[in-house]
Design a protein around this ligand. Structure first.
Ligand code: UDP
Length: 244
């Protein structure tokens, strides 16, 4: 069954965590082989499925404002570092997606005209209509937020039918308990936002979940690192967990 059939399939927003661009087998912060694999799948899927695609990219492979080394730095400054980290990832992704033949635009919430366009909603939509993948960086431009929340906001702003949240934890959706520690855990194919909140299942940050719930924005949580899964998620095949 196609999971997108009751929502318009064409315009989608993909949230990629910074960690999706790095791997334990590569010493560099960005694993270019991994980025190329993702980019190839993205470029091919956009063409084959006729998608309009926005991507919000995180920065956690480089810096997170409230965790790790970021903890010792004043929060707003640390978050500024995190937002800039997302721009580095966005440019890496842009370079790779374009090498696979799909035009892109990086748009940032923090202005830096020499490297990317400022995010302007109408301009972003125009790029989508022209077949360009838009890569949205800098989160929302405000500290104390995450790129999950930015992804939810941008998905609503551009009128995306669905927010696709790719994970890279080896867990292919939302489970009743952590399947890595509890063999009796079961994967939910579908879940309501209320159930997600009531059961305190942590798949995205709670601000993002509440935003999606309040704005009727379906979220598909799926495992990104399995080759072919991105295309399946874009096509509306039944994988992962659909939250609506
Ligand atoms: N960030 C921010 N405002 C935003 C989005 C992100 O301040 O609107 C900062 C925050 O410090 C965050 C970092 O950027 O920790 C990287 O984003 P995130 O942790 O969401 O990246 P991901 O976990 O998706 O790689």
């Amino acid at each position: 069954m196609n999971q997108h059939t009751d929502a318009q399939p064409k315009r989608l927003l993909l949230k990629l965590s910074g960690e999706a661009l790095s791997s334990p087998t590569c010493a560099d912060t960005i694993d270019s082989t991994l980025v190329d694999q993702l980019a190839a799948e993205i470029a091919a899927s956009v063409s084959e499925l006729g998608l309009e695609l926005g991507i919000v990219v995180g920065g956690g492979n480089i810096w997170r404002g409230d965790r790790g080394a970021g903890k010792g730095v004043e929060r707003s400054a640390s978050d500024a570092m995190g937002m800039l980290a997302t721009v580095i990832n966005a440019i890496a992704l842009q370079d790779s997606i374009e090498r696979f033949g799909r035009p892109t635009r990086v748009m940032t919430a923090v202005q830096m005209a020499q490297v990317a366009e400022p995010y302007i909603r109408r301009r972003a939509i125009r790029h989508l209509e022209k077949g360009r993948v838009i890569i949205l960086a800098g989160g929302m431009g405000n500290p104390y937020f995450t790129t999950d929340t930015s992804a939810a906001l941008r998905a609503a702003e551009i009128g995306a039918a669905m927010l696709l949240k790719g994970t890279h934890s080896g867990v292919d959706g939302v489970y009743s308990a952590d399947p890595r520690g509890d063999p009796s855990a079961v994967r939910y194919a579908r879940l309501s936002f209320m159930d997600l909140l009531n059961r305190d299942l942590r798949v995205m940050d709670m601000t993002a979940v509440t935003f999606c719930k309040d704005n009727d924005l379906p979220v598909l949580v799926f495992e990104l690192s399995v080759p072919g899964n991105l295309q399946k998620a874009f096509a509306g095949d039944e994988i992962g967990t659909l939250i609506k």
